[in-house]
Design a protein around this ligand. Structure first.
Ligand code: PGA
Length: 251
């Protein structure tokens, strides 16, 4: 039985005091074992303070990105070792904003995934098609290529620390979510691909989150689908009330 995993991606929002206040609200509202996994990913600047605010709660701390090298002369980058130092244990990689706004390609995403796993992190690998790709009927091909190349040279043992987030690009921050049936079909396709790559036990175990305009109003119907094991939430994770209602909406 897969344990539901809901993650909040705070993107480039919230100063340190704002982030701490939201983290405190979440920590106070969620019991120590909420029966599901819950994560928040604040901006780098707020990680350390949010770690302190979450202390004693079950809420996990994630980062939104990491550097492609363990350390070195990389102005403006943040290494995995630095992220671990401020309490992060999970890293979101290949988010569509990184792919489309900052030009991160599959090779770079794979490099970061392998490095994160090597450093002992869990990784959330984000994949998803653009509207044009969906309309051309190549969603599975695009998502399949992103999954295959994102996981290149990732061992079966390390795969246990990978979550996949299916986030159709056209649904992110637009208010337009995929229908539960359309999303579930892609999730099922991804699970089948994981079965081909890693076997049926790994495919049964892998958590596949849906992301893209998840809100309290649509969370329950998305999360009840067979292959949707959680959510990666942007906008609606910025307020405790809406994020908590998504966390509580699941199976
Ligand atoms: P959204 O963002 O919930 O605001 O659409 C999701 C994401 O980018 O992970």
């Amino acid at each position: 039985m897969r344990k539901q995993f809901v993650a909040g991606n705070w993107k480039m929002y919230k100063t340190v005091p704002e982030a701490v206040s939201l983290a405190r609200e979440l920590a106070a509202a969620l019991p120590r074992d909420p029966g599901r996994r819950v994560m928040v990913a604040p901006a780098f600047t707020a990680l350390s303070a949010v770690r302190d605010a979450l202390k004693g709660s079950a809420v996990l701390l994630g980062a939104q990105n990491c550097a492609q090298e363990p350390e070195g002369a990389h102005t403006g980058e943040v290494s995995l070792r630095m992220l671990r130092d401020v309490g992060a244990s999970i890293v979101i990689l290949g988010h569509s904003e990184r792919r489309h706004v900052y030009g991160e390609g599959d090779v770079l995403v794979n490099r970061k995934i392998r490095l994160a796993l090597k450093e002992g992190f869990e990784a959330i690998l984000c994949v998803g098609e653009t509207l044009e790709q969906r309309q051309s009927g190549i969603t599975e091909q695009v998502v399949g290529d992103q999954v295959r190349s994102g996981l290149k040279d990732v061992s079966s043992a390390d795969m246990a620390r990978v979550t996949i987030a299916y986030e159709p690009v056209w649904a992110i921050g637009t208010g337009k979510n995929a229908t539960p049936q359309d999303a579930d079909a892609v999730h099922g396709y991804v699970r089948g691909l994981i079965a081909q790559l890693y076997g049926s036990t790994a495919a049964e175990a892998v958590i596949i989150q849906y992301g893209g305009s998840v809100k309290p109003e649509n969370a329950a119907e998305l999360l009840k689908m067979a292959h949707i094991d959680g959510a990666l939430v942007g906008g609606a994770s910025l307020k405790a009330e809406s994020f908590l209602s998504i966390v509580r909406a699941g199976k």
